[in-house]
Write a protein that binds this ligand. Structure first.
Ligand SMILES: [Zn+2]
Length: 479
């Protein structure tokens, strides 16, 4: 399946210019309604009010915790009050990890002089021994240096490994994947070389002393036995300077993080039933869970507000689209797309996967949408050109046809569902993302309203069309 999809993607990219020459004419009434919806959205603060409600009434909502359960209850009540059809929760099981006591964990330099450091455990990390641990630091300028480190046998035995890769800010957040390698993989490399713990320069681009948490990677199910923490960028700079001075660095840690057994999480789902083809589903989503360090206003309270408001504005317009619009507020995204996998597997089991005509998620903060990208069959590109033309007044350019649809769309895309994305300006997203600074004051209601206007047009056009967005048989090469 994946192979066929990849070939199809290559073909659509190769003949991109040709496909742009073809034209597609959108239905006049559909276009008129789309513009009415966008005008209403630009005057509406519904998305902001929804995000305010979630972040204020529920607060932080780490996957699998009672706070995430309260967020589901909040979502069900909110969606019912907004008159969605068939509001329901689909539960799934989750291995719970928590930080233990507090988001303020003990991290300090002890030599060459004592200095407290701002750091935080990474998701999935083990705790230190009850009394804490103190060890000499082994400094690596990059994750690649750690990978390449052979050294004398046991050279890292009993040490704390420090990995210093930096992330670069970019509108599309391009630096994140690369910078995240150390977050996901450094613990294994350190543990395999005998280290007692691992510290990384905080992923993210902020220069304040908050550190960026996030899940580590466990590709084969092996879990860490050592503590793993991010330290803030200015503290990482300090550690680097002391290291460069040639002095021996020692640090002390005391953390309580760990895995707590199996619990229930869940996805909250609601529909706006289609008028003509109710079995065909356009899925739009965001995720309900957040990290425990803040109220998750940008990640992803904003997405919850934006997609919920967009769907609601369509529902209350009095116009029913041809197809069903399905709103999914996913659970447990941050800890490994657990809700997204559960949703996709459930659709595989109930036989409705094939009915999902296209999907998209809002999960990149609340700054303006600046680009419409897609990953659809080549024959559907003229449709996107026509749809984009109607959305240009919102300041949106047309992007390429090889992207994703947002994190929670990955499992569905993997199973063959076409995706599209309204890309937001993310140039300052990683200043706040996964840190205690991800709070409501970072959201501009005006920029959020532009997002809703883009989403309401996008969702309406996709749901009111008859277009099959999957690559057609002549566009795919099977073996
Ligand atoms: Zn997110």
């Amino acid at each position: 399946m994946l192979r066929t999809l990849a070939v199809a993607v290559l073909l659509s990219t190769a003949s991109w210019a040709g496909a742009q020459d073809e034209t597609y004419t959108l239905d006049e009434e559909t276009v008129e309604i789309a513009h009415e919806l966008a005008e209403t959205a630009l005057d509406s603060d519904l998305a902001w009010r929804i995000t305010r409600s979630l972040t204020t009434e529920i607060g932080p909502r780490l996957a699998g915790t009672p706070q995430e359960e309260r967020a589901r209850e909040w979502a069900v009540a909110k969606l019912k009050s907004l008159a969605f059809d068939n509001v329901r929760v689909e539960p799934f099981e989750l291995d719970l990890w928590t930080r233990g006591r507090s988001i303020y964990e003990e991290v300090a330099i002890t030599a060459p002089y004592p200095q407290e450091v701002y750091g935080i455990s990474l998701g999935g990390a083990a705790a230190t021994p009850e009394q804490g641990l103190e060890a000499e630091l082994a400094f690596f300028d990059s994750f690649d240096d750690l990978l390449a480190f052979e050294g004398v046998e046991d050279a890292l035995e009993g040490k704390l490994v420090f990995v210093n890769d930096r992330m670069v800010a970019a509108r599309g957040g391009e630096g994140y994947g690369w910078a995240n390698r150390k977050r996901r993989e450094a613990w294994r490399e350190a543990e395999d070389r005998g280290a007692v713990g691992v510290l990384i320069r905080s992923v993210g681009t902020s220069s304040n002393r908050f550190a960026h948490t996030g899940m580590m990677g466990f590709p084969d199910g092996r879990l860490p036995e050592i503590p793993a923490l991010a330290v803030s960028a200015p503290d990482a700079d300090q550690i680097q300077r002391v290291h460069e001075s040639g002095q021996t660095l020692r640090m002390r840690l005391r953390t309580y993080a760990g895995w707590r057994g199996e619990v229930l999480s869940g996805n909250v789902i609601a529909d706006i039933e289609g008028a003509e083809a109710p079995e065909e589903v356009v899925i739009i989503g965001a995720h309900l869970d957040s990290w425990d360090t803040a109220t998750g206003a940008l990640d992803d309270g904003a997405g919850v507000g934006i997609v919920t408001a967009a769907a609601r504005l369509i529902a209350e317009s009095g116009h029913r689209p041809r197809r069903t619009i399905r709103l999914v507020l996913f659970g447990s995204e941050e800890v490994g797309l657990v809700g997204a996998r559960a949703y996709a597997n459930a659709r595989l089991r109930d036989g409705t996967l094939e009915n999902h005509v296209i999907g998209s998620e809002s999960d990149f903060g609340a700054r303006k949408v600046w680009r419409l990208s897609s990953n659809v069959g080549e024959h559907a590109l003229p449709f996107f050109t026509a749809m984009h033309r109607e959305m240009q007044h919102l300041g949106i350019v047309r992007g390429g046809n090889e992207g994703g649809g947002g994190p929670d769309m990955i499992p569905l895309q993997y199973m063959g569902m076409p995706v599209a994305r309204l890309e937001q300006n993310g140039e300052d997203y990683f200043e706040f993302h996964h840190t205690p600074n991800d709070t409501l004051d970072k959201i501009s209601p005006e920029e959020m309203a532009q997002n809703v206007a883009a989403w309401v047009m996008f969702t309406w056009f996709l749901a009111d069309s008859e277009m099959d967005f999957r690559p057609q048989s002549e566009e795919t090469v099977s073996e």
